[in-house]
Design a protein around this ligand. Structure first.
Ligand SMILES: [Zn+2]
Length: 111
């Protein structure tokens, strides 16, 4: 496993920056404990900073822009706590639902 600290730097204001885009093809598992939905959350800002989805944050760093409205960070590898930038892409909720249907685990209560 790769040391995650080699991917992040924290400046004097406590802002976390992704320093490199690894070309590793295997999953890089987050050092943070996954939440109920399987995703990992952390605070890019020290102290009172709001918690953000780690995959989302990494994707935004990789894209160099915020994720578009209605889109979210999706995983090619289906490993929700994977933080390999090569495995994370910008996808829609709709794609997600369709994927769920395809996998036969769609719930009947989605909107
Ligand atoms: Zn992965």
């Amino acid at each position: 496993m790769i040391d995650q600290s080699s991917y992040f730097t924290r400046d004097q204001e406590g802002v976390v920056t992704l320093t490199m885009s690894p070309t590793n093809t295997s999953c890089i598992i987050s050092k943070f404990a996954p939440s109920k939905n399987g995703r990992t959350y952390f605070r890019p800002l020290k102290g009172s900073g709001k918690k953000v989805c780690e995959a989302r944050y990494i994707l935004e760093q990789t894209l160099g822009r915020p994720i578009r409205e209605g889109y979210q960070a999706q995983h090619h590898c289906d490993v929700m706590n994977c933080i390999n930038p090569d495995h994370i892409y910008e996808g829609t909720q709709r794609q997600n639902v369709r994927d769920a249907w395809r996998r036969g685990r769609a719930k009947s209560n989605f909107r």
